[in-house]
Design a protein around this ligand. Structure first.
Ligand code: MLT
Length: 262
């Protein structure tokens, strides 16, 4: 499905019946990373799976921000699940967006699942690196970011076919969308002060081989969010829904069942 937000065309999929769950993918990936969760969850949940602006099949704009992504997602929820607060699932950059979503649209959130993400902002050196990469991507294309990330995204044991598939998806992401996201990530605020304000049920998940947002970051989230649960997934890197879909789905289902019983 497609909607226009401020004239920009955004793509999203809806699967299944039940209470809404919104899935926010990481950078520079797409909603396809959540495909393995559709079958396990569709009988009891309505899965809403957008491509963020500038990713997948959504249109790119030369500028974006965590606030813009969050507001885009509210427009998607308005279209796909207008009357009920949703469970919000964010992986990595999806988690950065989930924090902003929480600050801006708290009433729309029933619960949070934060996967392979961190609360802190970039260091000044990290910001410089992102901006340089954005320039290179605009000059040489998205293969630059695919080459930079492919070695870090997955645990070493991942199937070569998965690695190849995601290298291709990253390479095919719009350079304008990638550069805008790099600027948006570099400019994101420190979400550490938000953690103490989170009062919805929260599950934190991380792959034990994640080298981009390692388990120590998940432990900080767990310590900062009162009553949160932490699950460490064996054998996964930065993208457990793709690498270890059964283990990831099991953690998510256990958490979702606990929501239904409250
Ligand atoms: C992501 O997976 O969304 C990115 O690796 C996040 C980041 O680079 O900080």
């Amino acid at each position: 499905m497609k909607i226009k937000v401020g004239g920009v065309s955004l793509y999203y999929e809806v699967h299944g019946q039940g209470d809404p769950i919104l899935f926010i993918h990481g950078f520079p990936l797409s909603g396809r990373m959540w495909s393995p969760l559709v079958e396990p969850l569709r009988s009891s949940w309505r899965l809403i799976i957008p491509d963020l602006r500038g990713h997948g099949q959504s249109e790119a704009t030369p500028e974006s921000s965590m606030a813009q992504y969050a507001d885009d997602l509210v427009a998607v929820l308005d279209a796909a699940a207008p009357n009920k607060p949703a469970v919000i699932v964010g992986l990595s950059m999806g988690g950065y967006i989930a924090f902003e979503f929480y600050r801006r649209h708290r009433a729309r959130i029933r619960a949070l699942i934060l996967a392979d993400t961190r609360a802190g902002a970039d260091t000044p050196e990290g910001v410089r690196g992102r901006l340089q990469t954005a320039e290179q991507v605009m000059k040489d294309g998205s293969r630059v970011i695919a080459d930079a990330m492919i070695g870090k995204l997955f645990a070493p044991t991942v199937a070569p076919a998965i690695r190849d598939q995601w290298r291709e998806i990253m390479s095919n992401t719009s350079p304008v969308g990638v550069a805008a996201a790099l600027h948006a990530i570099a400019a994101r605020p420190d979400s550490t002060p938000t953690l103490a304000a989170i009062s919805v049920p929260t599950l934190i998940v991380v792959g034990d081989h994640d080298v981009i947002t390692p388990p120590v970051e998940a432990e900080k989230l767990h310590a900062g969010i009162a009553g949160s649960r932490l699950e460490i997934i064996a054998g996964a890197g930065h993208v457990p829904p793709v690498e270890t879909p059964d283990g990831f789905a099991r953690c998510v289902q256990t958490f979702l069942r606990s929501l239904k019983s409250t």
